[in-house]
Design a protein. Structure first.
Length: 443
């Protein structure tokens, strides 16, 4: 078939695309403000428009309308800034066409992913029995871990309650709905909504541990950066024999810094944890790691069985498809592995520390400002900010104008019902000058 045969035109278009990609990686500041296009995308036709025209539309019309989160002043949500090697490795994955679900098909790609997972497991203090896999995001990673925690092939009458803290990610409620479980929110231990051993004990006081699927602790809350009392929570879970899952989708990268590692004391006692490398570990979208203390126990709950799968079954070690609610998968962990291999683990620690420094700089600037104030003590690299005298509509208008002008991508949020600005600093390319531009723009 012609569309599967490389033509000179395809090759020329590919070279142009590679040049565009390298230029894009060399200047990540050129993506703001996003383009607003009045051009209508061409209709899909029987004959097509050719490779060069199609790829040119991607570069000239489609891509410029997006808001990429690796701009140094993209401070909304949880940004991400892949390293150059990670981005290039990800570019190679599609033509390599590796099926990452089984060891027999993926070959050494699984070994590379396992090495990256071992690095993450070691950071959390997990034992040699730990195993994991890479999935698309924290929602799927957490859902997979909770299914493993329930431990049954089919829903049973018992084990239908998931307990989480007040700052738990929205995916916990989604996972509970999907699994047919109830989500119980423990009372907050402080204004950050942290889960502590004491508040967890309160939430579990009248519950039979056999009814509880798992307790979910947060290690880096999306809205305010808070890390739960992992040590206290782990103690309560151990005493009751309840699975502890730690959601470190955003904050898990801070395990790498000696400055913030003590905040995570107790994570080594968890039964599972997640971290999203496409956030603070500088991999491209989409990449989340789910790691289990006991890989064999997770495989027992999650492995798919069918006659046609017997040939790829690896009962001794297992396949990546056995450790999450997936079968087909791309080897998402390869770009992370290639990047860590290329730059070394020390570079990752330095990058995390830089982001902590930038967040501290921003907090100090806010404290010194007559017009701004911290709405909450900063946690990790998330800062909630009030602009004195502003109402909800003022925050919304400022954010729209900041994006339209190319100043920054910032979004308002709410804390305890009050609208305010939220900044998240996890891009090593963000400088004090970037912080100054944004904060001065609030004056």
């Amino acid at each position: 078939m012609p569309m599967h045969e490389l033509t000179p035109g395809d090759a020329a278009a590919a070279r142009e695309m590679i040049e565009w990609a390298l230029t894009r990686l060399a200047d990540r500041r050129a993506v703001l403000p996003p383009a607003t296009t009045a051009e209508t995308l061409p209709a899909l036709t029987a004959r097509g428009i050719g490779a060069e025209a199609a790829l040119r539309l991607l570069v000239d019309v489609v891509f410029p309308t997006a808001i990429p989160p690796d701009h140094p002043r993209f401070l909304a949500f949880i940004p991400g800034a892949p390293t150059v090697v990670a981005a290039i490795a990800d570019m190679a994955l599609s033509p390599a066409m590796i099926f990452g679900g089984s060891r027999i098909e993926a070959g050494a790609a699984v070994d590379a992913e396992d090495a990256a997972l071992r690095w993450l497991a070691d950071a959390a203090g997990f034992p040699a029995s730990a195993q994991g896999t890479f999935v698309s995001g924290g929602s799927i990673a957490t859902l997979s871990a909770l299914v493993a925690a329930r431990g049954e092939r089919y829903a049973a009458a018992r084990r239908q309650v998931i307990v989480a803290g007040a700052s738990a990610h929205s995916s916990m409620a989604a996972a509970a709905r999907i699994m047919g479980c109830d989500l119980c929110a423990a009372p907050p231990a402080d204004d950050h909504g942290r889960l502590s051993g004491a508040t967890l004990a309160t939430a579990l006081r009248d519950r039979d541990p056999e009814d509880v699927v798992a307790v979910v602790a947060t290690a880096g809350a999306t809205n305010n950066g808070a890390v739960d009392d992992l040590a206290g929570v782990a103690e309560v879970c151990a005493a009751r024999g309840i699975w502890l899952h730690v959601d470190g989708a955003y904050g898990g990268a801070a395990l790498l810094s000696p400055r913030t590692r003590p905040l995570f004391d107790g994570i080594e006692r968890a039964d599972s944890f997640i971290v999203n490398p496409h956030k603070w570990l500088y991999a491209p979208f989409d990449c989340a790691a789910v790691v289990y203390r006991d890989g064999a126990r997770a495989r027992q709950a999650l492995t798919q069985e069918a006659d046609y799968l017997d040939a790829i079954s690896d009962g001794a070690v297992g396949n990546p498809s056995d450790l999450a609610i997936h079968l087909t998968r791309r080897p998402r962990g390869l770009p992370l592995w290639a990047s860590v291999l290329a730059y070394g683990t020390a570079a990752y620690t330095e990058a995390v520390d830089h982001c902590l420094d930038i967040a501290e700089y921003a907090a100090a600037r806010i404290l010194a400002s007559p017009d701004l104030e911290l709405a909450l003590e900063p946690a990790l690299t998330v800062i909630l900010v009030r602009r004195l005298g502003w109402k909800s509509k003022d925050y919304e208008a400022w954010c729209r104008d900041a994006l339209r002008s190319g100043l920054a991508m910032v979004m308002p949020t709410k804390h305890l019902g009050e609208t305010m600005l939220r900044f998240c600093f996890i891009n090593p390319l963000t400088t004090p000058d970037d912080v100054d531009l944004v904060l001065d723009g609030l004056g």
